[in-house]
Design a protein around this ligand. Structure first.
Ligand code: HAM
Length: 411
């Protein structure tokens, strides 16, 4: 039997309903913050992703040559594509641009729980704003989106300026290598690399920096970095709005385009793959042939949020099963139509089963059955049975519909 590709998943209806319910809550939050949805292609020219990070990231991507000999890649993330789109389509649109997306990404990773080769991100990009209040806005939106999903999480905020202050004697390439070790929390690798490059003395200050949990502690190690006032202002705004977060100078972010504030969120109940959100301030447009534009944003790992929510992600929608005898069929189909028009998920028998078999089948998914025989056909009523309480009553159609619509979701 042919199986699905490694690192991908099939989603059955129950799971899709839960995913759509959480997605809808996130969309509602983004809308309330003024972020409007955009959509970019699933594949892009490879160069879009290598422009910043170099050819090294090809190993982590799905790359292919198309029939015209062009090198393409399935998008491993959406930020670069959104910046390209901004340059192509919206460069002259008044700033700031507040955009959001819900889209699948592809990374050639070693699959495990919470780490897939195809996964979905709910993300936002705030383009053309470079102020402390813009930084605070994306962080507050990140928090609101995660809150709306019901996931239990902690938010960590840092700034690349802290690490850069310690690494200021090194060239950019070396800084990037070290930040990758820090991002992966690979302290042995970091130690080894510093040893080889003759900078072992940095190991202690870097690892002490990672332990700091306040701006004052950080400043004792790095001195007052040029961005200090701005960082202080952003933290001040978050404090005034009572946003809970930890100062975390250890956040290095794996992607190479970040420039300032960076943040991540971690689910409380997940193991190794517990990072459910990552983002920060960045600059990318200049690499794609456009004017530089300060931007910030983040993406939520939607699948990890769903893993974290587990069974608490939501109950299946209530279903009405329309059960009928052969004489009641026409009335049954009319009743089904009326339930559907009232917005109820309604299923009728299409297998020619007996009433008993229809009820048994319906009870697997339905909360209610509407039984229709010749008596109901003649009086234009339905016999509504609540399969959870066992209660059964003959009602006129509007009352039956009212009863179903006002009942809660399946317990
Ligand atoms: P990222 O940290 O690479 O950032 O990905 C964002 C989130 O996607 C991660 O925090 C994680 O939850 C989820 N994620 C990443 N890889 C996988 C995977 N293989 N399987 C499941 N979930 C995964 C970005 O992608 C940036 N574009 C975020 C951003 C937007 N920065 C600025 N704007």
């Amino acid at each position: 039997m042919i199986q699905k590709p490694r690192g991908t998943r099939d989603f059955l209806p129950d799971e899709m309903e839960q995913r759509r319910a959480v997605e809808k809550r996130m969309r509602d939050v983004a809308r309330c913050w003024g972020y409007r949805e955009v959509c970019t292609p699933e594949f892009e020219e490879l160069e879009l992703f290598t422009a910043r990070s170099g050819d090294g990231i090809i190993e982590e991507m799905y790359v292919f040559e198309d029939k015209g000999g062009r090198m393409m890649a399935l998008r491993p993330e959406i930020t670069a594509a959104v910046q390209r789109m901004y340059l192509n389509e919206a460069r002259v649109t008044p700033k700031p641009l507040r955009w959001c997306y819900f889209a699948d990404c592809f990374r050639y990773e070693r699959p495990q729980k919470g780490r897939y080769r195809q996964f979905w991100q709910f993300g936002v990009e705030l383009i053309g704003a470079d102020t402390p209040v813009a930084d605070a806005e994306v962080i507050m939106l990140a928090r609101d989106l995660l809150e709306s999903s019901g996931v239990s999480f902690s938010l960590h905020i840092g700034h690349l300026g802290f690490m850069k202050a310690l690494l200021s004697d090194m060239d950019l390439k070396e800084q990037r290598i070290l930040m990758r070790y820090l991002d992966k929390k690979d302290y042995d690798g970091l130690k080894g690399h510093l040893g080889v490059s003759g900078s072992s003395d940095l190991y202690n200050s870097l690892t002490t920096l990672l332990e700091c949990r306040s701006l004052d502690e950080v400043t004792e190690i790095t001195g007052k970095i040029p961005e200090y006032e701005r960082i202080e202002e952003t933290f001040g705004l978050l404090d005034e709005l009572e946003i809970r977060y930890s100062v975390d100078p250890g956040i290095a972010r794996g992607l190479d385009y970040y420039t300032g504030m960076v943040f991540e969120a971690f689910a409380d109940n997940l193991g190794a793959e517990n990072q459910i959100l990552g983002g920060g301030a960045y600059r990318l447009a200049h690499l794609f042939g456009g004017d530089d534009v300060p931007s910030s944003g983040f993406a939520i790992g939607f699948d990890r949020v769903m893993v974290s929510l587990g069974d608490s992600a939501g109950k299946p929608e209530r279903v009405v099963g329309i059960v009928y005898t052969p004489e009641g069929r026409a009335h049954a189909l009319r009743v089904a139509r009326a339930f559907r028009e009232a917005g109820c998920r309604t299923e009728t028998d299409i297998m020619g089963r007996t009433i008993g078999a229809q009820i048994t089948h319906a009870s697997k998914s339905a909360q209610f059955v509407a039984i229709i025989g010749s008596r109901e056909q003649e009086s234009g009523t339905v016999t509504l049975k609540d399969l959870i309480s066992g209660e059964q009553r003959q009602l006129d159609l509007p009352s039956a519909i009212h009863e179903v619509v006002t009942s809660g979701p399946r317990g």
